[in-house]
Design a protein around this ligand. Structure first.
Ligand SMILES: Cc1cc2nc3c(=O)[nH]c(=O)nc-3n(C[C@H](O)[C@H](O)[C@H](O)COP(=O)(O)OP(=O)(O)OC[C@H]3O[C@@H](n4cnc5c(N)ncnc54)[C@H](O)[C@@H]3O)c2cc1C
Length: 338
């Protein structure tokens, strides 16, 4: 439910999230960022606001409120019906100049990755891309954005000491969304629209991608295969195991490059992040760029023939053995039991 208001409270909502509602039911990253934004806002003694642009956006606004948004900054306008990076940049940047948020977050989706660098450039502020953790430093009050750096060889803590807002895009699946509360209240603000640039792109038609998309980010069980799985035929056994356990299949970069799995199954810094109850990782060494995508998993079981593989440092349970042999044994045993 919304409490209408003019924007008298400007300045009291310092943590913003960009409402990316494309593919709402698959893409939960905005809800995850509202939850994280709320936690950050409470540490800063402020509130979390969500910027929602488009036409007929009421249903998304209500969802964001139900998932924890304290303030909604909305433009429900036919001119914003189709996403256009230049128009959305113009509106978001002008609203930042009015309300001056301290922090501005978006999902590291195709949408956020295109829009946020433009907004940051327009506002002459910094942007940390593909963050895997965010926190407020209790001693300095700095907003610490943790992101893979130097080609992903290490995780860097980035701060933006001077320019505002402090902007970051964040991997889907890193944070947990808050439960849906149909009785939640929020303040609704309709800030003025700036003069909008002319559209340079006209959307002629939209077509849904036909390929079945793995719902990896929501799966309770994820089986991941790496280079050590060895072959396409061996990798196909991961799908059998996933089916027996009601899960989904993920892959590391070498497995994707070998053509054993599609790019949509890639986990890690340049792929998806998952947080299943159970993740079984087979024939993966445990490179940082990969483990950045599986850190949120509740229980990790690793299979590797090399007992000193770094993946065992992250795993709750390690099995030293041949990938194909362990896969075959697991499938055989599950087939016997189920
Ligand atoms: C900028 C950048 C971004 C990157 N982003 C990503 C990303 O998003 N996701 C990603 O996955 N990678 C990414 N990478 C690549 C990453 O650095 C690693 O190279 C990759 O994750 C390694 O994949 P892997 O563990 O499958 O292969 P390897 O590192 O080659 O490990 C294979 C493992 O399998 C074991 N093994 C071999 N044979 C067997 C067997 N028969 N049985 C059991 N175990 C066996 C080996 O002991 C070894 O530990 C990125 C790299 C860069 C530079």
């Amino acid at each position: 439910m919304l409490k209408r208001n003019r924007y008298m409270d400007r300045g009291t909502c310092l943590v913003w999230v960009f409402g990316d509602y494309a593919d709402y039911f698959q893409n939960r990253v905005t809800l995850q960022l509202i939850a994280k934004g709320k936690a950050l806002a409470s540490e800063l003694g402020t509130r979390v606001g969500v910027v929602v642009l488009g036409e007929d956006i009421g249903q998304y606004v209500m969802e964001y409120v139900a998932h924890g948004a304290d303030v909604i900054y909305a433009a429900d306008n036919n001119a914003l019906k189709d996403y256009d990076v230049e128009l959305f940049t113009a509106v978001a940047a002008s609203w930042v100049e009015i309300f001056r948020p301290e922090i501005f977050l978006a999902g590291a989706t195709a949408f956020g990755r295109e829009l946020f660098p433009r907004i940051a450039k327009r506002l002459r502020t910094g942007l940390s891309a593909d963050c895997v953790a965010l926190e407020i430093d209790r001693e300095t009050g700095a907003f610490v954005q943790t992101t893979p750096a130097f080609g992903g060889d290490l995780l860097a803590d980035v701060v933006t000491p001077v320019m505002r807002p402090q902007m970051a895009t964040v991997h889907p699946g890193i944070f947990r969304e808050l439960p849906h509360d149909p009785f939640a209240l929020a303040e609704l603000i309709h800030p003025p629209l700036p003069n909008l640039p002319e559209r340079k792109i006209e959307v002629v038609r939209r077509r849904k991608e036909k390929a079945r998309r793995a719902s990896l980010t929501d799966a309770g069980v994820v089986i991941v295969g790496g280079k050590g799985v060895g072959s396409r035929a061996n990798f196909d056994k991961l799908f059998q195991l996933a089916e027996l356990l009601g899960g989904e299949v993920g892959a590391t970069r070498p497995a994707v490059n070998a053509g054993w799995a599609g790019e949509e199954r890639l986990l890690g810094q340049t792929g998806k992040s998952v947080r299943p109850r159970l993740l079984i990782t087979i024939g993966t060494s445990g490179a940082l760029q990969y483990t950045a995508g599986i850190r949120g998993s509740e229980t990790v079981i690793a299979v590797n023939r090399d007992h000193s593989a770094p993946i065992f440092g992250l795993a709750d349970l390690g099995i030293v053995g041949d990938a194909d042999r362990i896969l075959s044994l697991l499938i055989e045993e599950l087939n016997r039991r189920l």
